[in-house]
Design a protein around this ligand. Structure first.
Ligand code: NI
Length: 470
């Protein structure tokens, strides 16, 4: 009696059960599939973001058209302070925001993870993202973001992110564009960066040479973090890529004039373009001269020359010998403190083409170090003794090699009158004048030289300043 009703209901229940199980299964499968496609990153955003209360404000920057967005956490357990730029270009904005949100998300998720592990400990963890803006040639903007994460006040992680933007074209540009998409240029560029890293005195204690070799292979992606600032190209290396991680990210700068032959035409120095098209800007019609003093420093002559230059508010360039900088570091420091340009003129004044490559680099790097030790600053230019050099040597030396256009022959005649006559006879615009701050006659001639040139309307600049006009 009890059997019959059960057997009659059986198929209905089974059918209902099977149907609902199938429906559930297909719903689950559907949900999983759709979640796999695009749900992953979304669920991460929504998991972390709404939990942190923050204040977002917008203000003007010193650059027209660029606003600064500040996003500051109100949750003292998850502190962060973020600033980033916002402009008219929505595409630019979304790329920046994507980067900012990803950094924030990673940090917040990390904080939550940590909290689950050991709750209750007081910590002063924090994320800060700040950025610097560098303008070049009016339309190019470099945004350099510095992202710092501190944990328990001691463990600090720093990351650099750069964005190079053409405001006129509304385009983000990469290093490939800067070097004209040319792989030959990339190879030479990579060599320059490598040489610079290995010879820069300020980096010798930190960099690991094997890592430098790997980080400066001629691959575009390795040089993706860069900025253009004050006519220098800055290249950034992530924490741990060329030095121990605790030394943080490392950057070097190479002057654009040094890289000029490698650059795409639109990035070659503006002045050269103006020269190509006569009747350019007023800048181009200026009269300027670069005075250079070699083979010093000298304890009396250099000082007398510095006094004279100061009187005329003239800037000059001093190509120093490493051996003499070591002997007179305080004179070298005075040259730097008076605002003159520092040049490397080798250690012992040899004829470079007669030396081996190793000896040449030794002459260069020991002098770099001597100048840096004495002045706290690197030489920005190089001059081979006697002007004797070669293409191969120029390739090896990671700085602008600068010769001269007027030789005063002061080393030969050691006569003030003849020096002045030599300048008057050969003077032309954008001249680089060679003198030596080791002869008393040169120091004695200088007031008359400065007097003549300033009456002729010349401005006294450093060689780096005059190079783009030559
Ligand atoms: Ni010399």
């Amino acid at each position: 009696m009890e059997h019959t009703p059960r057997k009659k209901r059986g198929p209905w229940i089974d059918l209902a059960l099977i149907t609902s199980i199938l429906t559930l299964l297909s719903l689950i499968i559907l949900f999983l599939v759709s979640d796999d496609e695009n749900g992953f990153s979304k669920s991460q955003i929504t998991a972390a973001e709404p939990l942190i209360d923050s204040t977002i404000t917008k203000e003007n920057s010193t650059f027209p058209g660029i606003h600064i967005i500040s996003d500051i956490s109100n949750d003292h357990k998850v502190p962060f302070s973020i600033q980033y730029p916002q402009i008219e270009d929505e595409k630019f904005n979304s790329i920046i925001e994507e980067y900012i949100q990803a950094s924030k998300r990673a940090y917040i998720n990390d904080m939550h993870k940590d909290k689950n592990k050991d709750s209750g400990t007081t910590r002063s963890d924090g994320l800060t993202i700040q950025f610097d803006t560098y303008q070049h040639d009016n339309k190019y903007f470099s945004f350099v973001f510095t992202e710092r994460i501190s944990k328990n006040t001691e463990e600090i992680k720093t990351k650099i992110k750069t964005v190079f933007y053409d405001m006129e074209a509304g385009k983000i540009l990469d290093i490939r564009t800067l070097l004209g998409e040319d792989t030959k240029s990339l190879e030479t560029f990579a060599n320059h960066v490598r040489a610079r890293l290995k010879t820069s005195p300020s980096l010798q204690k930190t960099i690991q040479k094997e890592k430098v070799d790997l980080a400066t292979e001629p691959r575009w992606i390795l040089f993706d973090q860069f900025a253009v600032h004050n006519d220098d190209l800055l290249i950034y290396f992530d924490e741990g890529t060329i030095a121990p991680a605790e030394d943080g990210p490392i950057s070097i700068n190479i002057s654009l004039s040094f890289l000029n032959p490698l650059l795409a035409s639109e990035f070659q120095t503006q002045m050269i373009e103006a020269e190509k098209a006569p009747g350019g800007q007023a800048e181009d019609q200026k009269k300027r001269v670069a005075l250079t003093f070699d083979d010093g420093p000298h304890p009396q002559v250099t000082l007398q020359i510095l006094q004279c230059l100061e009187k005329y508010k003239a800037k000059a360039t001093f190509f120093m010998l490493g051996s003499r900088v070591q002997q007179y570091p305080d004179i070298a420091l005075k040259v730097k403190n008076n605002g003159h340009e520092l040049g490397n003129h080798t250690w012992s004044h040899p004829i470079l083409p007669k030396l081996t490559e190793a000896q040449i680099m030794q002459e260069f790097t020991t002098t770099e170090k001597a100048i840096f030790d004495a002045t706290g600053q690197e030489a920005t230019v190089f001059r081979p003794p006697y002007g004797a050099t070669s293409e191969a040597i120029n390739q090896k030396i990671p700085k602008d090699s600068v010769l001269w256009s007027i030789d005063t022959l002061d080393w030969k005649h050691k006569n003030a009158e003849k020096l002045i006559a030599q300048v008057k006879q050969h003077m032309h615009n954008n001249a680089i004048i060679l003198m030596h701050d080791i002869h008393q006659s040169t120091a004695d001639a200088l007031p008359a030289v400065l007097d003549f040139l300033s009456k002729e309307g010349y401005e006294f600049v450093t060689v780096s300043e005059i190079l783009p006009y030559r």
